[in-house]
Design a protein around this ligand. Sequence first.
Ligand SMILES: [Zn+2]
Length: 138
Amino acid sequence: MRGVDDDGEDLERLLGAGLRPTRQRLAVMRTIRLGGRRHLTPESFHCELAAIGLRLSLATVYNTLNHLTDAGLLRRVGFGDRTWYCTNAAEHHHFFDEQSERLIDIEGEQPEVSGIPAPPEGMAILGVEVIIRVRRRP
Ligand SMILES: [Zn+2]
């Protein structure tokens, strides 16, 4: 069994996704793995990296998160004018807590969407994201 601090796993995941395992990407992958399942924003992740002494520009953090997403290692979730990067790359939908402005994975059985219209002429549907807005009851 692999340990929690297994850097080899990060190397394998990057190589498996066809990404060059630069020192920077390995450090980013390690930070993502050690932080567990969560939803990152470029700003929150930038702070997380700075807290462990990895000083990257916000633009670099943005680019790195997008590269990892395009390689299938993260999932990009957009809602309104905001974008999160979900560390759970499996197919799943989300709750959005309006008070804390936090995304929460829907675990287990996923909602089914029916009645999806045909896409506009010449276009193909890539996916459907379900985001269920919630707030704490008074
Ligand atoms: Zn998620």
